[in-house]
Design a protein around this ligand. Sequence first.
Ligand SMILES: C[S@@+](CC[C@H](N)C(=O)[O-])C[C@H]1O[C@@H](n2cnc3c(N)ncnc32)[C@H](O)[C@@H]1O
Length: 232
Amino acid sequence: MKNGNTKAPQPLKLDSSLQHRGELLATVSDKIGCGTYRFEVTGRTQLESQIRNGLNPWDKFLDIGCGAFCGGYWTMHFLNAGCYHGLEPNVDMFKGGLNYILEPDLLELKQPKFDHNDQYDFSVFNTRFDFMFAQSIWTHAGKKDIEKMLDGFVKFSNDKARFLTTVKLPDMFHKDYKGDEWVGGSHQSDVKGTVRHSFKWIKEACAKRGLSVKRLPGEKINTQHLILIQKP
Ligand SMILES: C[S@@+](CC[C@H](N)C(=O)[O-])C[C@H]1O[C@@H](n2cnc3c(N)ncnc32)[C@H](O)[C@@H]1O
């Protein structure tokens, strides 16, 4: 929480907009996952793209790096009980989401499951997923971690599963990222930043695992492009 601020959360006003809730959370926490300015729009856009790309209410869904539920809020409301799974190693950010973003009875109603490991270990949920989602994760992670996520997708999802993720692609001014370290805010770092991975490399990494990948022209969440990965 901000500057070691441990004051009790203000009661959540159930009729306040998600934008207001995000802004309130930003008054006590430096880390809210997505930016404050477009908190509500960024979350709504996530659910829109998930639905456009085949998400069903009954799908077992994994939100990799769910942060403070900027998008998870909407997805959790959409999905049937027991379907939402959130992975988030930054426990402070996660708790901020519980206190400021999700309505208290939502957890009881939707029975979401959470884990806080930072190894992209999806086995902890003991589930075969229908839909995996990573918003603003591949734009911070190194290639080794992306490969772990792809391996997890192969191993812990159904044959018809989808993996929807946002990316930033290299261009004249931004190079393909060769490092292994996470770049940007996380449970271990306060330094801001993003990374890019070439679509050629992504395609090869998917092909190695028998996966197909396609770009989704025109589909974006803020400045990040969406790609869709599937089993053959
Ligand atoms: C830019 S934020 C995006 C949060 C969320 N997806 C959203 O759109 O609001 C990146 C998130 O990835 C999380 N993260 C960092 N390392 C991670 C890891 N090893 N496994 C899963 N999530 C991680 C961060 O704590 C942070 O919540």
